[in-house]
Write a protein that binds this ligand. Structure first.
Ligand SMILES: Nc1ncnc2c1ncn2[C@@H]1O[C@H](COP(=O)(O)OP(=O)(O)OP(=O)(O)O)[C@@H](O)[C@H]1O
Ligand SMILES: [Mg+2]
Length: 387
């Protein structure tokens, strides 16, 4: 930029404003290892906020490809949570449900006079899009899942949305999608990606890093290639960005485990049984959950299932049988003899000392720093029977 005396000042184009920065931080807090997907969402949001988005188009259109369970749907929910305060504030269209052209009426309604007209609100009505707006954010988030399953009629509708940012309903009313973020996901290329992923098993550790980088590149290339083969150039050209999600490695799954354990803790604090419990999982316990929950082919979904089976369900039994009560502190550790997780609770009443059993491993709290951490070493504990 030139100032009056003719000197130049260099500018930093990498910085974004506070609101876009807040979105970036929130997405980084909940989505692991997919920075290439986060960056364009934040950038398009920033461009919209200052009013520089192209007119007559949605704010942004993204196609997400990549292996199953790597965060394609989660990042859309996390965007809704960050912008609209609710992960469910997403208008979701499962394209598999609309494989036949006549089913499109569920989305856009039927013309006046047809059977079913007025019976139910079209899924893509203006009301449905605006429903989740907040006082300060008037953005809608629309997700078309598994677009490779869309019928021709749905394709035409999608092309119109991407191109003009509008949609005409069965009764000729116009729906404005120019303030929408449009996300599309596809499992195209998933079979090739799975084949590539299964070659990762059995790598020599020294070569693993370089091999993983090459594997990621090959997976990304196979995803984009599959999309170009299957989708028309006119569709591909209307997208702002195609992102191929990366397969999740051990380090990413470890981070996701912490996120998920914090989510379990939040559920315990908000549980319907008004049983607010503090939960601590030892490093050995986390290691067991990771071992049981790692399967390269299924991404983080497998880990979530392991957490449900080995942690959440036992906790539900402990609450239902009143072995734990409001305010109790539970620690979870791994017992190498049984090969299972063991559950303990802190005893508040010292007269119950006969039940006391010592735990040996250090117990590591799973909480964020703002949650008070009890002192474990000097406190009597009792072992719980979860099932
Ligand atoms: N990168 C990630 N960061 C944080 N959590 C993740 C990530 N990937 C997956 N998860 C967790 O795993 C769950 C399943 O992921 P998600 O539904 O996003 O998979 P997907 O990529 O949409 O898979 P599919 O192609 O089968 O639909 C999420 O709800 C989330 O809890
Ligand atoms: Mg999904």
């Amino acid at each position: 930029m030139l100032n009056t005396s003719g000197r130049k000042q260099s500018l930093d184009i990498s910085r974004v404003g506070d609101r876009a920065d807040d979105l970036a931080k929130r997405l980084h807090d909940s989505i692991v290892g997919q920075n290439e997907a986060i960056a364009p969402i934040v950038q398009m949001y920033q461009t919209h906020l200052v009013g520089l988005s192209s007119t007559g188009r949605p704010i942004a259109t993204f196609l997400f490809l990549g292996p199953t369970g790597t965060g394609k749907t989660r990042i859309v929910e996390a965007t809704a949570e960050a912008l609209l305060g609710n992960p469910g504030a997403v208008v979701k269209v499962d394209c598999g449900e609309f494989q036949h052209s006549h089913e499109i009426a569920k989305l856009i309604g039927s013309p006046p006079g047809y059977i079913g007209h007025r019976e139910s609100l079209p899924r893509l009505s203006q009301e449905a899009l605006d429903k989740h707006h907040t006082a300060s954010v008037k953005i809608s988030i629309v997700l078309f899942d598994e677009i490779e399953k869309a019928s021709d009629a749905l394709w035409n509708l999608l092309l119109g949305i991407l191109d003009k940012g509008t949609l005409t309903l069965g009764d000729n009313r116009r729906v404005d999608l120019s303030r929408s973020l449009i996300f599309m996901t596809s499992n195209l290329g998933a079979a090739e990606m799975n084949a590539l992923l299964s070659t990762r098993l059995g790598f020599a550790p020294a070569a693993e890093c370089r091999n993983n980088e090459r594997l990621e590149e090959r997976i990304a290339a196979s995803g984009v290639e599959a999309a170009r083969r299957r989708f028309s150039p006119e569709f591909i050209n209307r997208l702002d960005k195609i992102v191929v999600f990366k397969p999740l490695g051990d380090a990413e799954l470890e981070e996701i485990l912490d996120i998920e354990l914090n989510a379990v803790q939040r559920r315990l604090f908000q549980s319907k049984s008004s049983c607010a419990l503090e939960l601590h999982v030892s490093e050995a316990g986390k290691g067991h959950l990771l071992r049981e929950g790692t399967d390269t082919r299924y991404g983080a979904r497998h880990l979530k299932r392991a957490i449900d089976r080995l942690l959440v369900q036992p906790l539900a039994n402990l609450i239902a049988t009143e072995q734990v009560r409001d305010g109790d502190v539970i620690s979870v550790d791994f017992c190498s003899d049984s090969g299972e997780l063991v559950f303990w609770k802190e005893l508040s009443n010292l007269t119950q000392q006969e039940e006391v059993a010592a735990i040996t491993d250090e117990v590591v709290p799973i909480f964020n720093a703002h949650v008070a951490v009890p002192v474990w070493t000097s406190v009597p504990q009792t072992q719980l029977a979860p099932v």
